[in-house]
Design a protein around this ligand. Sequence first.
Ligand code: ADP
Length: 469
Amino acid sequence: MKKTLWSRLIICYLISTVTVFVLLNTYGMSLLKERIKKDQVNLLYKEASLIANSYRGNIFEGNGGFDDLALRFTSIDNYLNIRVWIVSRNGQIVADSSNVSNPPDINLYDIDPDFLSKNLSENTILGGLLSEPMLSVIHRVDYNFQLRGFIVLHSPMSEIDSKANLYLDVANICFLLFFPLLLIIFVYIYNITVRPLKNSIKAAKEYSSGNYDYKLSTRGSGEFLELNAALTYMAQELSKLDDYQKKFVANISHDFRSPLTSIKGYAEAIMDGTIPADMQAKYLNIIIDETERLNKLTSGLLELNRFDTRSALLDIVSFDINQVIKKTAASFEGACRNKKITLNLVFAAEETYVDADMGKIQQVLYNLIDNAIKFSHNNSQIRVSTEEKGDKVFVSVKDYGIGIPKDAVKKIWDRFYKTDASRGRDKKGTGLGLSIAKEIIQAHNENINVISTEGVGSEFIFSLKRTVE
Ligand code: ADP
């Protein structure tokens, strides 16, 4: 049988009910009998001492006969079902409540010499003198330090059993009534646990088959609500990842296909002579540019993948950020000359040491300055500056170029994103530069932001941790 929660609950239910039933009828029964017997013994003792105290004179001192006791004995016998014997000190039964006027002419010492020496005797038969096994209490009566006789009270043992059976029957009936109630409790437990769990399982199956829109019921108690919320969140994240992957593959195929198409087209045209020899250099240059773009795309993707898989380990060292800015700016000398752009470097101090991965920060600077030049007009200026604030250093790359439209400002950090304006202008761009810059800065636990106005210019600012001397 499949071990479902329901089957386990049923097994628990059966085990608990059978256990309680068996315990009640065995251990419970013996406890009950003991208790009833104890009560009966107490009652017999109490009755015996009452008789002794009230009638000692009549019985043992010879102050009158037993006649006035007859009524009392008969009522004890009839109503309490207790047989009373008055026994003389030499063991002779002198009065018997079951036959007050004619007690049996029997000496108890003859039947059982030990009987009168005990206080309590169970299952007393006394050689057939008693018609059924009795619980007997023997009360010794002393007067002036002398034994005067005994008051012996008998109560049938069967009465204890029948009383115990009666109580047990009541307990069993209550238990039988409790049975269905217990079943209802188990069904309730099933409802509040297995049902919501089944809902969650169904949802998990739907999500795993790609149906992320499946609506999970919001019913259930605390823990299940939490589980469902976690499942819904997981589905949303999976859905986003799924969308991202689809978009990613579409973008990659598109970005790879266009340079490959032009490379193939120009190479074929050169091969079959469509492009004359004197024009070939121009088209070979285009092929080289396109190859470079493919190269850039591949390295960009690899770089981002390293951050995605958390395998991009940072090599944090302390270095002078001014030197890195100068070095990076120098690599753009040619590009700046072509566009007649002036690159101004403004440093907060002669030396500003920061704790960071030098190679990666150089890459951030490269991407930002590259963009600033790409999106600047000819004959304009670009300012790269540093500012020290507390334990932070802020590096800014500011241009006076085309700027970024308001609705695009948030999207520029997305992978493959390019504004419409830049698509026409910058055919070489991959749309990965800023994503990489952001990943690098975030891996340093720092921030990167942009302030931009379309048609006015853009300023990219990122923070770094200052080296503590
Ligand atoms: P790309 O390789 O296209 O430059 P990026 O991720 O570096 O990719 O930039 C994404 C987009 O953000 C660019 O295509 C451009 O539209 C916009 N952008 C980035 N930097 C600037 C800037 N300095 N001025 C104007 N637009 C910019």
